[in-house]
Design a protein around this ligand. Structure first.
Ligand code: ASP
Length: 544
């Protein structure tokens, strides 16, 4: 149907006859001459219709936005002064000889270049929204990213193996989506939270290096930027140590950023222990673009008279830190007061400070968790708002995570990464004796303050692995040492695209309330379908 993509026609085609197909992006009637910006996925080209050709001109007069056209014409230079340097086709225009309307369009629900659309409108009319050049670019970037991942892993000997979507309910951590079985009344499959157990079993089965770019499902209350289904780059290898796995994975990320974005990431990535990250930044995913750090005061404050600090320092889980903001002496009283409700979000009861010459020093005192969360967030906020940030990509490995964290409500220790993570060599005995002290062979890849991926070396000896029957069985038949990682593809691409939300790099995402506004899922179903599945709704649920 066509000879060129609209966005590809350029000065190299001058005097040639081309045929392009696409959508009317804009139509301008310049009294006598009609200009049409024709759009396809590669970009725009300007089509000119002049009144000399009566047929084409008459057709051009009927065109409206989003009509689908096929245009044949001759490429000629744009008149002087009308060249558009922002377009690949900006030096030329196509003088239309023939216009064919392949399909008209209703008036679209919004202008494609409207920058102030609500997300509800965009998701309800997602097909039109996806036509916007920015969305086309985002999804192409996503494709380039996953292709770069595949090329790297393929060259490194990884093979893509699919794992089931209908899976068994396992206590892996998050709440699962359940799928009722028709054939087995009263029984359910679960959608996988990740292919974790399958990839480990593939290692035991001898495949050595596995990857999959795959969907994972977690039925959690959606925090700000989560999706009930999301995509992971899931990887597992045998016979590599933690250090070898990390070296390979950062090499992959460098290749991906280079190929998909033209960005060269650091080589090697810096490595920081979890303890160090918490001590210096109060978070396990520090944004290293912000150079500000905590100063530890806990020990010092144990001997002072000031009760608020001393009391906090003497708590078993207490902490006192200072955060010095160079040049912060110029902060006004109002600006400082506004930080108080901000740190209150993280449980801080107040925010102490002193001004010293040009600088201001904030203090956090109380339970370590509250101090870390509140001053950690304040550090990032002030760092970004007051221009301390460096405009760079700042990757970081955070390593040596604790094996367990204590769940106050259930009064028990639970695996911090997941229950398949191996302890550091020599920490095996701590697992039951002093669970709070045991360190894991777990690592997170952090980029600009986001956890982009996380993984671990796994337990490969059955004596250490608890609970999961079928994995336990497999482990007894000669399991190789193995480990892996999973990266969040949605987040990775959103960061690369500079998008505000991962929803902008997912073709058909769900809202924060887990709804698909385009297809209107989830929805009620016929009584007959429920009957087939041996399900009766509770009275209260059925009504709502
Ligand atoms: N399955 C883990 C996760 O989803 C990643 C890994 O340990 O490889 O977080």
């Amino acid at each position: 149907m066509r000879s060129h993509y609209c966005g590809h026609v350029n000065a190299g085609h001058l005097k040639q006859t081309v045929t392009v197909c696409g959508w009317v992006h804009r139509r301008r009637d310049h009294g006598g001459v009609i200009f049409v910006d024709l759009r396809d996925r590669e970009g725009l080209v300007q089509v000119v219709c002049d009144p000399d050709r009566e047929d084409t001109f008459a057709k051009a007069e009927t065109l409206r936005n989003e009509f689908v056209l096929r245009v044949t014409g001759v490429v000629r230079p744009r008149p002087q002064g009308t060249v558009n340097p922002n377009l690949a086709s900006g030096e030329i225009e196509v003088l239309a000889h023939q216009i064919e309307i392949l399909n008209p369009s209703l008036t679209p629900p919004f202008q494609l270049d409207d920058g102030n659309l609500s997300e509800t409108v965009r998701l309800t009319h997602r097909v039109i929204d996806l036509r916007r050049p920015q969305m086309q670019e985002n999804l192409m970037l996503r494709y380039r990213t996953s292709m770069a991942v595949r090329r790297y892993l393929d060259a490194a000997g990884f093979i893509d193996i699919e794992t089931p979507m209908l899976y068994k309910s396992t206590p892996e951590g998050a709440r699962e989506f359940l799928v009722p079985s028709r054939v087995h009344a009263g029984h359910f499959y679960a959608l996988p939270q990740s292919p974790q157990l399958f990839k480990q079993m593939l290692m035991i089965a001898g495949f050595d290096r596995y990857y999959q770019i795959t969907r994972c499902f977690r039925d959690e209350d959606l925090r700000a930027d989560r999706q009930p289904e999301f995509t992971q780059i899931d990887i597992e290898t045998s016979f590599l140590t933690e250090i070898e796995i990390r070296a390979m994975m950062e090499d992959m990320l460098r290749a991906v950023f280079r190929e998909a974005l033209g960005v060269e990431l650091a080589n090697p990535f810096p490595v920081m222990s979890y303890a160090d990250a918490m001590a210096r930044y109060g978070v396990d995913k520090p944004d290293l673009r912000v150079p500000l750090e905590f100063t530890e005061l806990t020990d010092l404050m144990k001997t002072v008279d000031f009760k608020v600090f001393r009391g906090a320092a003497e708590l078993t889980d207490g902490r006192v830190v200072a955060l010095c903001i160079p040049g912060g002496g110029s902060l006004t009283r109002k600006e400082i007061d506004d930080f108080t409700p901000f740190v209150a979000i993280y449980g801080a009861k107040g925010l102490a400070y002193i001004k010293v010459n040009d600088d201001i020093i904030f203090f956090g005192a109380g339970r370590a968790k509250v101090v870390n969360d509140s001053l950690g967030a304040l550090r990032a906020k002030i760092g970004h708002e007051r221009g301390f940030t460096v405009k760079e990509w700042k990757p970081l490995w955070v390593v040596d995570f604790p094996m367990f964290e204590y769940e106050e409500e259930a009064k028990r220790w639970v695996a911090r990464h997941h229950p398949f993570t191996a302890p550091k060599d020599g920490h095996e005995d701590l697992l039951s004796a002093q669970p709070g002290e045991a360190v894991a062979k777990a690592y997170d890849l952090v980029l600009n303050g986001w956890e982009l991926g996380g993984g671990s070396v796994r337990i490969h000896r059955a004596e250490v692995q608890a609970k999961f029957g079928f994995l336990l069985d497999a482990l007894q038949y000669g399991a190789p040492p193995h480990g892996g990682i999973a990266f969040g593809l949605d987040r990775m691409v959103a960061m690369m695209a500079g998008a505000e939300s991962i929803r902008d790099v997912i073709a058909f995402p769900k809202t924060q309330r887990a709804q698909d506004l385009l297809t209107l899922a989830p929805s009620a179903v016929e009584e007959k379908q429920l009957r087939d599945l041996h399900i009766r709704l509770r009275q209260s649920d059925a009504k709502s």
